[in-house]
Design a protein around this ligand. Structure first.
Ligand code: ITT
Length: 203
């Protein structure tokens, strides 16, 4: 099976590549298919993941996996949600983390609950789609911890692990993360033959 991973986020790409490794598929990235992705105008992770996967499958003629994900902070009414990648119009992960900490200034530790959500959509060039969703609950710290990962990882603390996502190896993060959970569902569905196994005829 040849599969295009339609993300321009290198952190996501690394995690998806590791997660799919047991399937032995040949993976391509947007570096192999450098078309411009459409704006993410949906109001849910599902809408945006479908939009990205369907568009890239059509453009490339390959089965395509897209990931739409984000952080939902309870004390902020679910912000940044689908706006996680452009929160506060900030350009870098570090600036977005600083902005999130400012928005949470004065909120005590007991009220800093948050969850990460990842929706993975696998779209085939003929329009067939599969959808997988994973969620992980944690807390937003008052200062960043850890050097690994990407995005909001240094602020996302997992009480059961006693670490932030940025203090975990790729393998460890995958065991707990929203993306790891969604990827394991995809793996199961394909291993059990509940999803398509073969590349369908191209248009
Ligand atoms: P693509 O659309 O090209 O895949 P993107 O980064 O724009 O890349 P999204 O629109 O799905 O992707 O935005 C997701 C944002 O949510 C991402 O940029 C991070 O800021 C955050 N995020 C998602 N998963 C994360 C994770 O595992 N760790 C830290 N931050 C994460």
């Amino acid at each position: 099976m040849h599969l295009l991973i339609a993300t321009s986020n290198p952190g996501k790409f690394r995690e998806i590549r590791e997660g799919l490794a047991p399937l032995g598929w040949t993976l391509f990235s947007l570096l192999d298919y450098p078309f411009k992705m459409p704006p993410e105008e949906g109001s849910t992770f599902e809408d945006n993941a479908v939009l990205k996967a369907a568009f890239a499958a059509k453009q490339s003629g390959l089965p395509t996996l897209a990931d739409d994900s984000g952080l939902e902070v309870a004390a902020l009414g679910g912000e940044p949600g689908v706006y996680s990648a452009r929160y506060g119009n900030k350009k870098t992960d570090t600036e977005r983390n600083v902005y999130l900490l400012e928005r949470l200034k004065g909120v005590p530790p007991s009220e800093r609950k948050a969850r990460f959500v990842a929706v993975l959509v696998m779209a085939y060039p003929d329009g067939y789609m599969e959808l997988y969703r994973g969620e992980t609950e944690g807390e937003i710290l008052e200062a960043p911890r850890g050097e690994w990962g990407f995005g909001y990882d240094p602020l996302f603390y997992l009480p059961e692990a006693g670490k932030t996502f940025a203090e975990m190896t790729l393998e460890e993060k995958a065991a707990y993360s929203h993306r790891g959970k969604a990827l394991r569902q995809l793996l199961e569905a394909h291993k059990l033959g509940l999803a398509r196994k073969e590349q369908p005829l191209q248009e």
